[in-house]
Design a protein around this ligand. Sequence first.
Ligand SMILES: Cc1cc2nc3c(=O)[nH]c(=O)nc-3n(C[C@H](O)[C@H](O)[C@H](O)COP(=O)(O)O)c2cc1C
Length: 336
Amino acid sequence: MIDLPRDEQLAIVAAVGRAPSAHNTQPARWRFSKDRVTLFEDPERRLPVADPHNRDGRISLGAALEGMVLALSSRGYCLQLRQRAATERQPASEGELLKVADGQIVPFSEPPDPLAHWVPRRRTWRGNFAEVTDEERNRLEKQLTSSDDIVAVTEPAGLAAVARLHDRCIWSFLRHRDYHRELYEWLRFSPRHRAWSRDGLTTDCMDLSWFERGLMQWVFHPTTFRGLKALGLGPSLASEAGAVRSATAVAVLHAPEGQDPLVSGRRLYRFWLEVSSLGLAACPMSATADSAEGREALRQQGLLPPGREPINLFRIGPVRTEIPTSRRLPAEELLV
Ligand SMILES: Cc1cc2nc3c(=O)[nH]c(=O)nc-3n(C[C@H](O)[C@H](O)[C@H](O)COP(=O)(O)O)c2cc1C
């Protein structure tokens, strides 16, 4: 019977913890018990304003679940999932963790999943992309056309149209005071922030110089932002259009309408790791995926097949500098 020692459990959850999560909230918690492992959600890590139905939260949990599958595969195990409960249940008491999935750890003689190799190398890149080589472009286009759950935009005019749509969708959320305030709580402008080394969006991961970090801290403060918004400067301050236009491709990763976001999250993570394995970087574009206007426009532009919904959009391209590593909670806190 498998009974992983605590050291190995910690090493596994440290690798699993590298999975992406919206705003870097890291909602996944784990419990090993003999040959079983259980995934829990920490509901205090939800984003009630940005993600009222906890869709992105559950996608993040799905990414973590796929991370567990990959981490176990590199140690010669597979995970036989026993249950998958799609629930929006609220915790009955403060601090209660919600059970999400549960599986049996089984010895496995197949070689490790090759995507596990890319887990520590995958990162979100929020800056502009570098000039793409023909070889990189061909590699990416081959990857994007090999799956039937991806529609890709690669032409400059198409990228410019997606960039405009994405900016409109960003602003449709960010103009709301509650949304902005919630996002601001997860922004980490300085290493002096108490949670700088734990979670959230640190400014080094946002491709900002030291000068820009100071400026953005001022600009994004809810009071200043309100003033700048009144002056009509909000949309340009929040714009991601330059980064989108610089991408080699924007990929719309889609799933059947109503698919459990836990399943979508597993696919999202694998897709992102596949992009990393091509030597390219990516950034999700949730504002377009999450907004009704964004989905409708994608449909009208032929970027979203009937009966499908976006898991997310990714802008993808080459980056020639080292991308900073985002912060994570200590592995001890992920084991419950
Ligand atoms: C469901 C989901 C939605 C995300 N949406 C965005 C987004 O709209 N914009 C963005 O810059 N990053 C987005 N991210 C990336 C996270 O912010 C990122 O994974 C997290 O900060 C950890 O950083 P890392 O990916 O570099 O490890 C998203 C991630 C997930 C899982």
